[in-house]
Write a protein that binds this ligand. Structure first.
Ligand code: GLC
Length: 784
């Protein structure tokens, strides 16, 4: 029997169990619960109300159960049910109703199903699993979310949505946004952190205490209740396992870490050339220009408007010579042009590659080109065909693809029509490969993810020796494997500036490390002061791009007057000086899943004050930012967690934990360096490969014992050589021995960076002391 024909119910009493490898199956009067021990801290639960498990879907999870090395576990029937132990966890399953309690090996209860009943189903796959919600537990992640950091007390739907179509806003009240990543983390001081990944791409929801504050629920509208429980106890450990499961961001090309400039729309090549020249003439670092929809011929994807962009290859090569790369936007909506003359439509239609209505006719809806059709990216052959379409763009020198509107966002009437209702293929629309037929109800949430996969594969195919760069608006669990993400259409509001911190941090805690929001805000004009504060912070976003809607005032850094121009120059110059540190963070992210931006709790998980700090952020392990997010403010309270900190600007050494008031005039973002770290800085550059790095400055910030460590990762910045040992990883160490401070560097890897001078600044109670090393020829040790 399948769940389809089931009426409402819940698991009955435990009638039997059987074991198959790492999995234990428990029969609760016809409903079967499977429990798979994947490793000592990760257990997968699946429920088949009718006894038959659903087919496995491969879209998000890259590590199927078989890929995990067998991890020892035992199970024991007890009078109350069954107990399963791994090296670190004890799971207790009740005799009635499949109620689960999870304890760690010290006997601490980490998570427990609701005492009112664990799980029940209402109809056709609509299943709800309820868990208790301790008062002091806080929740993070849930993919792309607006609002503050801690997600306790609200309901979060996972259903890819363009909020602009509903309210022209994605403010704190918005629920579903463009991406659907059904993963969250729970954190308590006493028991640490665990994560739950819900492996289901239908519309799902997490109800975190609404209406009842003592329980939360995991809800699915179709498919199978299938979730992974991941214990930390550190947030970093949860993330490491979650990103093992759904994949990690690969190393991006170094240029992608530079500043990107965009606007809807740089309409013709003169404008684009002008923008590039302005950056260079004004000495404001930047290296990527994004072309929004107006580069196309009447918004037909994979075409150029040849009047406004007569020779794209020449334009791109000229921009390259100035140190700029070009990224072009691509939308999934293909202009419906049955009369012929547009090969993307005619080929796709002839092959039956577009999503159909349930009756098999081509589905049409309106996007930029007017009436459009939509490729079925859940099909392998369609992805391959879409992949083919990129050949020309990439051959012309386009270096990155920006996939937009891929929720997919569709209207009933052409854009611009008043009161234009949202449109969508029917939830019953058939999709998928012949051996994996699904409906749109299951495919919608992964539509963007699979479009991105097609693009990613195209980039690897046409430029096999270059690391791809992509940007996407929609996505699902695992999107980090293919693409950088941004938060779509934010508004030019102070509130949205502040919200970007928690938004990026919650993305980070959902496995997505390379993210950003439109610097300056997409919708609206803004003020010079807002832009100044935004670019100060945006210069540290993992993905740093200024972008704006059309028909509002220009928002490039120089358009706000000389003071803001200078502030922008200073902010972006600092980003480029920090490139060695940032690039090293990306390396760690690619290795372990550790995000670039981290909420304070990620580093200070025992400090409960950090659990709800939404307006400060760690950039990696060493830098803490406390941006000003209100007009007219030049003072703010900053929370300093335990330890030694150094004010980056004044070099003041701070040792008193707790809140302190900090001054920050318009040209300054409050920034603190963490004691115990060594941060590698490079030299000023207009773009990342402008010139060889001939000087590395090591800023040494000792902890209370005078010790510090740091890492510098280097490679050629664009190829895959690093995967075969062509990298150079230098570990720096500073320690005090017999009253003397010793600093050393140890190298690993086969890549040899050009020799360069090393300058060391040791910060401390008084003035920083500086030392020069003549040439860096590998390993060294100095006494300072
Ligand atoms: C969408 C994107 C936005 C882009 C616009 C035009 O609204 O989110 O970034 O500028 O479409 O392509």
């Amino acid at each position: 029997m399948s769940t389809q024909s089931l009426s409402a119910g819940k698991p009955g009493n435990l009638k039997g169990f059987w074991q198959q490898g790492q999995t234990l199956f428990l029969d609760y009067e016809g409903a079967v619960l499977s429990i798979t021990v994947l490793d000592k801290n990760m257990v997968r639960f699946r429920l088949a109300p009718g006894g038959t498990f659903a087919k496995r879907r491969s879209w998000s999870v890259t590590s199927p159960d078989e890929d995990f090395p067998a991890s020892p576990y035992t199970f024991t029937p007890t009078p109350n049910g069954i107990e399963i132990t791994t090296e670190t966890l004890l799971l207790k399953l009740s005799n009635a109703g499949a109620r689960i309690s999870i304890l760690n090996n010290q006997g601490l209860l980490i998570n427990e199903d609701s005492s009112e009943g664990a799980v029940f189903w209402e109809s056709e796959g609509k299943t709800i699993w309820r868990k208790t919600m301790p008062e002091d537990e806080h929740y993070y992640g849930f993919g792309e979310r607006s609002g503050l950091l801690d997600k306790r007390g609200r309901r979060y739907t996972c259903w890819t949505t363009d909020p602009w179509q509903y309210t022209s806003d994605h403010g704190p009240g918005a629920d579903s946004l463009y991406q659907a990543i059904p993963f969250f983390m729970a954190l308590r001081q006493e028991t640490g952190c665990y994560g739950i990944y819900l492996n289901n791409t239908h519309r799902t929801a997490f109800d975190m205490g609404n209406p009842r504050s003592n329980q939360y629920s995991i809800e699915i509208e179709g498919g199978e209740m299938d979730y992974y429980f991941i214990y930390g106890p550190e947030p970093a450990q949860v993330l490491e396992r979650y990103t093992f499961l759904t994949g990690r961001m690969p190393m991006p090309p170094r240029w992608a870490l530079g500043y990107h400039q965009s606007r809807w729309s740089y309409d013709n090549e003169q404008i684009v050339r002008g923008i590039a020249s302005q950056f260079r003439e004004r000495g404001i670092p930047a290296e990527v220009i994004h072309l929004d929809i107006d580069y196309m011929d009447e918004f037909r994807v994979f075409t150029w408007n040849k009047t406004n962009f007569p020779d794209p290859a020449k334009l791109i090569s000229d921009l390259n010579a100035q140190g700029f790369k070009v990224v072009t936007i691509i939308d999934p909506g293909v202009k419906h042009q049955p009369e012929g003359g547009y090969h993307v439509y005619s080929e796709g239609s002839a092959q039956g590659y577009f999503i159909t209505n349930p009756d098999g006719t081509e589905y049409t809806g309106c996007v930029w080109p007017g009436t459009s059709v939509f490729a079925d990216f859940t099909r392998t052959d369609v992805r391959k065909w879409w992949n083919d379409q990129h050949n020309e763009l990439l051959a012309e020198g386009v270096k990155g693809i920006w996939n937009d509107m891929n929720e997919p966002a569709i209207s009933q009437y052409p854009f611009g029509t008043p009161n234009n209702p949202v449109a969508s293929p029917s939830l019953d629309a058939p999709m998928g490969d012949p051996e994996e037929r699904i409906t749109f109800a299951e495919g919608k949430n992964v539509y963007g993810l699979l479009m991105d996969r097609a693009t990613h594969e195209a980039m690897l195919r046409f430029n096999p020796n270059e690391r791809p760069f992509m940007l996407t608006r929609s996505g699902a669990a695992g999107i980090q494997r293919y693409s950088t993400v941004w938060s779509g259409d934010n508004l030019t509001l102070w509130e949205h500036l502040e919200m970007s911190i928690a938004e990026i941090c919650n993305w980070s805690l959902s496995g997505v490390g390379f993210s950003g929001v439109d610097i300056g805000g997409f919708g609206g004009h803004g003020t010079p002061e807002l832009f100044a504060r935004w670019i100060q912070l945006g210069a540290f976003y993992p993905f740093s791009r200024g972008h704006s809607i059309e028909k509002v005032s220009q928002k490039e850094p120089w358009t706000w007057g000389s003071e803001v121009e200078e502030i922008s120059r200073r902010a972006l110059t600092l980003r480029y000086r920090l490139m060695p540190y940032l690039y090293s963070l990306f390396y760690t992210a690619a290795q372990t899943g550790a995000p670039i931006w981290q909420p304070l709790l990620y580093q200070f998980s025992k400090d409960t004050t950090t659990y709800q700090i939404s307006d400060q952020v760690m950039v990696g392990h060493a830098i803490m930012l406390a941006p000003i997010c209100r007009p007219g403010q030049t003072t703010r309270a900053v929370y300093m967690p335990e330890g030694v900190w150094y004010d980056f600007w004044s070099d003041e050494r701070l040792t008193k934990p707790g809140y302190r008031l900090v001054e920050a005039e318009l040209d300054t973002i409050p920034m603190f360096m963490r004691g115990g770290t060594i941060v590698p800085f490079g030299t000023e550059m207009q773009y990342s490969d402008e010139k060889p790095l001939d000087l590395i400055t090591l800023e040494v910030y000792p902890d209370a014992n005078g010790s510090a460590t740091g890492v510098l990762y280097e490679d050629d910045g664009h190829s895959f050589g690093y995967q075969h040992g062509e990298f150079c990883l230098t570990r720096f160490q500073c320690a005090v021995e017999n009253g003397k401070t010793k600093i050393s560097a140890q190298r690993q890897g086969q890549y040899a960076p050009a020799p360069r001078a090393i300058e060391i600044w040791v910060h401390g109670e008084g003035e920083a002391r500086s030392y020069q090393l003549p040439r860096d020829s590998g390993n060294w040790q100095v006494e300072v």
